[in-house]
Design a protein around this ligand. Structure first.
Ligand code: SF4
Length: 279
């Protein structure tokens, strides 16, 4: 498949391909904007997405040196205040101020197939013991299951890219997979972070899988980008009406099966931010 000039793979685009090849085709090859909402109720979902984005920006500001009190003074939404206080407590607990080096909102990329694979990290920290910790701030309303997180392309791509392309964050020394940990921290569930370690064997498996996915995308013709058989992925997809998979978006609050998709929705913020960056 001929991908748009300058196209770079991300965990988001690869996750789209794994969830539904058609969605990848519509979003990244045809670049089709479709006027459907991802979830109901619309205003609440948009409001929640804005809060999530604001929360990420507040943390970034704090980690580059803006005093916490100054940021706190600008908060007007109650939900955001609660997330912020949870974050500040986590920051204190983790003694982040004493860590060797913090790299918020850092972008890494490395070649893959005929393209590049890139990711924007919420935070990478180089610890005093020489280990590197990837922290991803999540504002999901329900904590996802660990097994589901483990399978997400984000959990596969981020440590892989840090080892492949992060030497400059480690004083130009190679980063071995065993040095890396990835933490998902949940603003609504601050005491339930999910931590994933990394190792050579896992990295090798990740590399093989990522190369396999990219090759499948590069080699496939349009017919290969078929609609997913798992209609659960359609519940929060903007292309529902185009694909004949329903008009009404699912409700984030009432749909008990939506836990995973809520997190996808949360991830979408990252994907959109990545898409805005020019190289
Ligand atoms: S509506 Fe369903 S089949 Fe169509 S692109 Fe979205 S996930 Fe794929």
């Amino acid at each position: 498949m001929r991908l748009p000039k300058g196209f770079q793979f991300s965990q988001g685009s690869l996750q789209d391909y794994v969830d539904c090849a058609r969605r990848f085709f519509l979003r990244y090859v045809q670049r089709l904007a479709w006027p459907a909402v991802e979830s109901e109720p619309i205003l609440e979902s948009e409001h929640y997405a804005q809060l999530g984005e604001q929360f990420h920006k507040m943390i970034q500001q704090h980690l580059i040196g803006v005093p916490a009190e100054k940021i706190s003074a600008m908060i007007t939404a109650e939900e955001l205040r609660e997330w912020w206080e949870n974050y500040l407590e986590y920051y204190r607990q983790q003694a982040m101020a004493n860590q060797t080096q913090l790299f918020p909102e850092i972008i890494l990329s490395a070649p893959i197939g005929n393209h590049r694979l890139m990711a924007k990290f919420d935070l990478i920290s180089l610890q005093k013991d020489g280990s590197l910790v990837i922290t991803d701030w999540k504002t999901a309303r329900k904590p996802p299951q660990r097994i589901w997180l483990e399978r997400r392309l984000q959990t596969r791509v981020y440590p892989y890219l840090l080892s492949k392309a992060g030497d400059f964050l480690n004083n130009n020394h190679p980063i071995y997979p065993e040095q890396i940990r990835m933490i998902y921290w949940f603003a609504n569930f601050p005491d339930q972070p999910e931590v994933f370690s990394y190792d050579r064997k896992t990295m090798k498996a990740d590399q093989e899988r990522l190369e396999y996915l990219v090759e499948a995308i590069e080699m496939g013709d349009e017919k290969a980008f078929h609609l997913t058989d798992d209609k659960k992925h359609c519940q929060f997809c903007v292309y529902r009406s185009l694909c004949g998979r329903g008009i009404q978006a699912s409700n984030l609050d009432t749909d008990e099966e939506s836990v995973e998709d809520i997190t996808s929705f949360d991830d979408r913020l990252d994907i959109d931010q990545i898409a805005e960056i020019e190289y």
